[in-house]
Design a protein around this ligand. Structure first.
Ligand SMILES: *Cc1c(COP(=O)(O)O)cnc(C)c1O
Length: 432
């Protein structure tokens, strides 16, 4: 399969190049030149398949020219080694729990898959690959855990000292092995600036292979389409008219849902559920896309003022605002609405939402007031990751899953770094 850039449909690269580069040379995002479609036979058999079988069927059209089937099967089986339960909330609404991976958030799907794909593409290199990632919290933990123990790859996580929650920090500072946590004296923006400068530094790249595991990488996007297909396969035993509500920030998750629909998965509608950083719902309403500085909210992984995958969505719909708004409806919610939803849902159903999932749930409920059919919202993180927010809302201590407890009890090790590029350069030069 060939991939073009959202800025230039004339570009055509293979999957390997798209994954290794992340971003096209013209700064566009990679997209399949032609979206593949599953065969009618595969689509019909979906309800009989396991999650991993569906994942393989969804990934194969993208990968087949760059990777033998048995390698892809191994990668899918290793990466997708946790449950993806679809849990019924009431007669019309189910929740797809995407938090059963090692860092208790949906980013595990993308990070674990991409790590293994990158490992495969670089396995014949004599040299080590160095992955640099700047994080404000969740990305660092998913990427670090995704790449843990992948041979030939070293990960360097840059995080702002004192500005990441304790739980988040524990998830990437306690791993050791091929993962190093660099504690930067500065803000997230400093971390991001340092990473960018490293990629631009020719002297550094001379003798050192640097890559990023950015969320716009196709290697992270493609695996996020698997669970839409799986949820439909489970739910289609009941109903074929399924709406997905997706708590969104950079819109990678929702874009992956659009991939699944384009591949033939029977999805009737999408809901773009956001916090008050509502750039995309505003676009749906006004047809104007106007990025802004982000505002801090309780659903902080969705505090995004310029959603990076927007260009992929308009590319898929040939820039047609009316076509996009036919398939996607937007809703936004305030922190107060989120708090009330967490509390009320817990009290009336016993189900404990995290702040991100709560936004997906609210949007789905509002949509189903005027539409029929079956709805699924994505629960993108385990509520225990946000226990400092959730416990005061429900007025109770919550159970901490064992894998999270293990991180909390782990021993942190970090390497201090100033916010000057010279210091990062010196550190990286020693890796040569
Ligand atoms: C990253 C993240 C999101 C937002 O996903 P996008 O693909 O950026 O839209 C939502 N919820 C949680 C918990 C996240 O970590």
């Amino acid at each position: 399969m060939k991939f073009c850039s959202t800025n230039n449909t004339g570009i055509s690269v293979g999957l390997k190049e798209a994954v290794l580069k992340g971003l096209a040379d013209d700064n566009g995002l990679y997209m399949p030149v032609n979206m593949p479609r599953l065969s009618e036979d595969t689509l019909k058999r979906l309800p009989e398949l396991t999650f991993r079988e569906i994942a393989f069927a969804m990934a194969q059209p993208f990968m087949t020219e760059d990777m033998p089937d048995d390698e892809l099967r191994r990668i899918v089986n290793e990466a997708m080694n946790f449950e993806v339960p679809l849990v019924k909330i009431d007669d019309h609404i189910s929740v797809l729990e995407l938090f059963h991976g090692p860092t208790l958030a949906f980013k595990d799907f993308g990070a674990r898959f991409m790590a293994r794909v990158l490992g495969y593409f670089t396995k014949d290199l004599k040299q080590e690959i160095h992955v640099l990632v700047a994080t404000s919290g969740d990305t660092g933990s998913a990427v670090a855990n995704g790449f843990l123990d992948v041979p030939g790859i070293k990960v360097h996580v840059l995080f702002p000292k004192g500005l990441v929650t304790k739980i988040q920090e524990k998830q990437f500072t306690t791993l050791g092995k091929n993962i190093t946590a660099l504690e930067v004296a500065g803000k997230f923006d400093d971390c991001q600036r340092l990473v960018k400068l490293a990629f631009l530094d020719q002297e550094l790249k001379n003798g050192l292979i640097l890559t990023s595991a950015n969320s716009i990488n196709l290697g992270r996007l493609i695996p996020q389409s698997f669970y839409y297909a799986y949820a439909c396969a489970q739910a289609s035993k009941v109903d074929k008219n399924i709406t997905f509500s997706v708590p969104s920030g950079n819109f990678g998750n929702l874009t992956a849902g659009l991939f699944a629909k384009a591949m033939g998965i029977p999805i009737s509608h999408f809901i773009a559920a956001t916090n008050v950083n509502d750039i995309f719902p505003k676009y749906l309403e006004t047809s104007v896309f106007e990025p802004k500085d982000s505002v801090a909210t309780l659903a902080n992984a969705m505090d995004v003022g310029n959603p990076s995958n927007f260009v992929r969505i308009v590319h898929m719909y040939n820039q047609s605002h009316s076509a996009i708004s036919k398939d996607i409806t937007g809703y936004r919610y305030t922190d107060n609405e989120v708090k009330n939803a967490v509390k009320e849902t817990y009290e009336s159903t016993g189900y404990l939402l995290d702040p991100h999932g709560a936004i997906g749930y609210l949007a789905l409920k509002d949509y189903l007031k005027t539409h029929s059919g079956q709805g699924v919202f994505l629960e993108t993180a385990h509520p225990a990751k946000f226990m400092d927010t959730v416990e005061p809302i429900i007025g109770k201590k919550m159970n901490i899953p064992a894998r999270l407890q293990k991180f909390i009890e782990g021993h942190s090790e970090t390497t201090p770094l100033s916010n000057r590029f010279e210091d990062l350069k010196e550190y990286l030069t020693k890796q040569k």
